[in-house]
Design a binder for this molecule. Structure first.
Ligand SMILES: [Zn+2]
Length: 374
């Protein structure tokens, strides 16, 4: 017992010496390191020594119990690590321009950080975005990998096969001499792309001049979840083929987005950049044109895309296939969005040609606004 007391006294002396040494140093320098280095131990030592010096009759076991309890408290807030990552499918076959998304499950289900990191080992065959949408770029095979951000040992590979898009099933087949497959629609507008057929019986959709509108003024219902529109997708594939025949490679960076996806995305941007800035480049849920299934982000979602051969080709030619550059340069005040050279909207060739020739953005052409009312 005496031994313990003398050890404790020694500790107290050391602690006192330490603190007086710390006080002797310059104020500015010592304050932060002294705090950060000795914060917890200091408090513990002081408490222990005080208690024990005062009550010399305390038993050894009591002291030990105290220390043990403290250790337990310190280890409590450990995060729950991801131990296992599985997918609903480990192989996907998609067409050029198409996409698919394996579903990820991480164990344990209450893991603290379940973020995913996606990568493709050959982005000229297939790319993958941060949600896990795998997009077919050109025919071939590659591997897409998803890992847990928390535990890189928890990962899975997806074997990706990208196939050439099958030929369109035209009514005339090959006998009736339709346009040769390699010839894109002529510049004169020989090929006509009809607007997507209106959706009937879905309350809350706004059609203006037969066109489904989603902008800052007009929202889509949260349960409107149509997926990519078939008419728009077929026209997009024709445009990809037309571009390819001129040596231009286009691909989908982002297509249909559900209300929930947009909600998640927008809230992430708000957390990152604040609401005011996020509103200039990301739509609030229900207001995204991607939720219509009629809009696509192509190739590179970055300002410099406008100056690439692909971006220039898209700006000059997309109207021939029924698309417009939806948020043109210089129209930020009308569309409510900064210039997005990568974002195209399908309208059908009648309207896309008219809008293109007018030099107006869609809001101006239709005489509508795009302003949040809340
Ligand atoms: Zn977009």
């Amino acid at each position: 017992m005496r031994k313990i007391i003398s050890v404790l006294l020694l500790l107290t002396t050391v602690a006192m010496l330490f603190s007086s040494c710390a006080n002797m140093r310059g104020e500015e320098e010592t304050t932060p390191p002294a705090e950060s280095v000795t914060k917890e131990p200091e408090t513990e030592t002081e408490t222990e020594t005080e208690t024990e010096t005062e009550t010399e009759t305390e038993t050894e076991t009591e002291t030990e119990t105290e220390t043990e309890t403290e250790v337990v408290t310190q280890t409590e807030p450990e995060p729950i690590r991801v131990t296992e990552l599985t997918l609903d499918k480990y192989e996907v076959t998609i067409f050029v321009g198409g996409f698919d998304m394996p579903w990820v499950t991480m164990q344990p289900s209450d893991a603290t950080d379940k973020s995913e990191i996606w990568s493709s080992n050959n982005t000229s065959v297939a790319t993958v975005d941060w949600y896990g949408n795998i997009y077919g770029v050109s025919p071939g095979d590659c591997t897409v990998t998803v890992k847990s951000a928390d535990n890189p040992d928890a990962f899975a590979d997806v074997a990706v096969h990208v196939k050439e898009k099958p030929p369109e099933t035209t009514a005339a087949d090959t006998t009736a001499a339709p346009e040769p497959e390699t010839t894109p629609p002529a510049n004169t507008g020989a090929a006509k792309y009809e607007p997507a057929p209106p959706v009937s019986g879905f309350p809350g959709l706004t059609y203006i001049n037969g066109i489904l509108i989603a902008n800052k003024t007009y929202a889509l219902p949260s349960d409107y979840n149509p997926g990519v529109d078939g008419t728009a997708y077929a026209a997009l594939m024709d445009m990809f083929a037309g571009a390819a025949s001129e040596g231009i490679s286009l691909w989908i960076a982002s297509g249909f987005r559900s209300y929930d996806t947009q909600n998640w995305l927008y809230n992430n941007y708000v957390a990152m950049d604040g609401k005011a800035l996020a509103d200039t480049y990301s739509a609030r849920p229900g207001h995204s044109e991607h939720q219509t299934g009629l809009a696509f982000d192509l190739n590179i979602v970055a300002d410099y895309f406008a100056n690439t051969p692909e971006g220039i080709w898209l700006a000059n030619n997309c109207w021939k296939y029924g698309f417009i550059i939806r948020y043109p340069a210089g129209k930020e005040g009308v569309t409510g969005y900064k210039y997005e050279p990568w974002h195209v909207r399908y309208l059908g060739t009648d309207l896309s040609t008219a809008v293109y020739n007018s030099g107006l953005c869609l809001e101006e052409y239709l005489g509508i606004t795009s302003v949040y009312g809340y």
